[in-house]
Write a protein that binds this ligand. Structure first.
Ligand SMILES: [Zn+2]
Length: 85
């Protein structure tokens, strides 16, 4: 995969998949807005090493009735971030 030396969204950090999907300020805003819109009480990605680590934490913080919505968020938000990039 071709990547740029600096993040194309914030221009403040090296472009790594971890930064782009979890730690970029714009990505964090996308996570926050989406989870708040769906009223999913899971925290946005913070210090997790991978998306899978975050998902494990998020599942534990999400009521059973919202688990399907969380699964969709865990797939669609990274896709939207990537498309925006
Ligand atoms: Zn960034």
């Amino acid at each position: 995969m071709q990547h740029h030396p600096c993040c194309l969204l914030c221009d403040q950090a090296p472009e790594t998949m971890r930064h782009l999907m979890l730690h970029c300020p714009l990505s964090r805003q996308a996570w926050h807005e989406t989870l708040a819109w769906l009223r999913i009480p899971a925290p946005i990605p913070n210090q997790e090493a991978t998306l899978m680590d975050w998902w494990q934490h998020a599942k534990e913080a999400t009521p059973q009735a919202q688990c399907k919505a969380l699964q969709s968020v865990a797939l669609l938000v990274p896709w939207l971030i990537w498309k925006h990039r």
